[in-house]
Design a protein around this ligand. Sequence first.
Ligand SMILES: *Cc1c(COP(=O)(O)O)cnc(C)c1O
Length: 347
Amino acid sequence: MNAAKLFIDLDAIAANWRALDAMSSDHVETAAVVKANAYGLDVGRVATRLAREGARSFFVALANEGVAVRHAVGSDPDIYVFSGHMVGDGALIQSADLIPMLNSPEQVARHFGETPGAAFGVQLDTGMNRLGLEADDWAALRGDLMTAGPRLVISHLACADEPDHPMNHQQLRAFQEMTEGVARRSLSATGGTLMGEAYHFDLVRPGIGLYGGLPFADAEPVVRLSVPVVQTRAVRPFETVGYGNAWEADIERQIATIAAGYADGLIRAMGQGARVFAGDIACPVVGRVSMDLITVDVTHLDEVPDALEILGPHQGVDDLAEAAGTIGYEILTSLGHRYSRRYSGAA
Ligand SMILES: *Cc1c(COP(=O)(O)O)cnc(C)c1O
């Protein structure tokens, strides 16, 4: 089978973790966010590799994601769950030894009622209004929570991809005020990690930067995607290519059809803004992206290779995201299940 090949460089993920870790001082722990199957790249392999690199704390979105991490990293590392203690999570939290970030008075009651004595953290809302205890709930519950001893108290920045946004400083001040005297605190994901010491507290928790995405502009690229050419044809002037006749040849053109499409996460919206690469040479995508196929203008190539690269050194996830009007996070987490995945640097 000649499927598209997705190359995932675990050594690059490890190098990105080390580079982010080097941005904070030694007393600040650098955790790793591996939610959504490690941003689509395989949580088992990624968590194993990062544990070997020295990561001791991992974050997932949901309790069931934590089970795979526990399986990968063994009993020692801390595994935190952003969505906290949801209805029905008690057994998983106990069996996989997960640390739910309690987000509401209901979750606090559930956790202490169903899993008394089990570890927990607290997530505070400092203005994003997505997850976390509001200031007045925190004020009411703080005494009991602090007596029980949270492992970590966190909040999350809404605008950390824009370092100059006034929201960052506003949330920083709110977090400082709400957590005065709290032993272990964390405010920053990748964006806040890049914003400097004031945002680091005791633990930083990067996700996207590990996987080579913005806002960590200096990240090592992690993924490469090579898509086989199915056929190549000559298209005469005024002939059209693909659905809706969306593209028309001006002069005679050579068009290659490659075997991946929006069902593989190469979303339709990237349409004609995207390029694919034959080595160093860019080839424009022409016409609409189909479910399983993309058409590419290869007129300027001396020879059409067996496969063209859509993600790689010349076009990263954020370049492709820009062509599609989205963000690198969405490109990564959408990468499909039909690819033949090749991992390098495995533990
Ligand atoms: C996803 C997430 C992170 C990691 O964010 P990145 O921008 O990918 O670094 C950290 N904290 C919380 C609460 C998150 O939801």
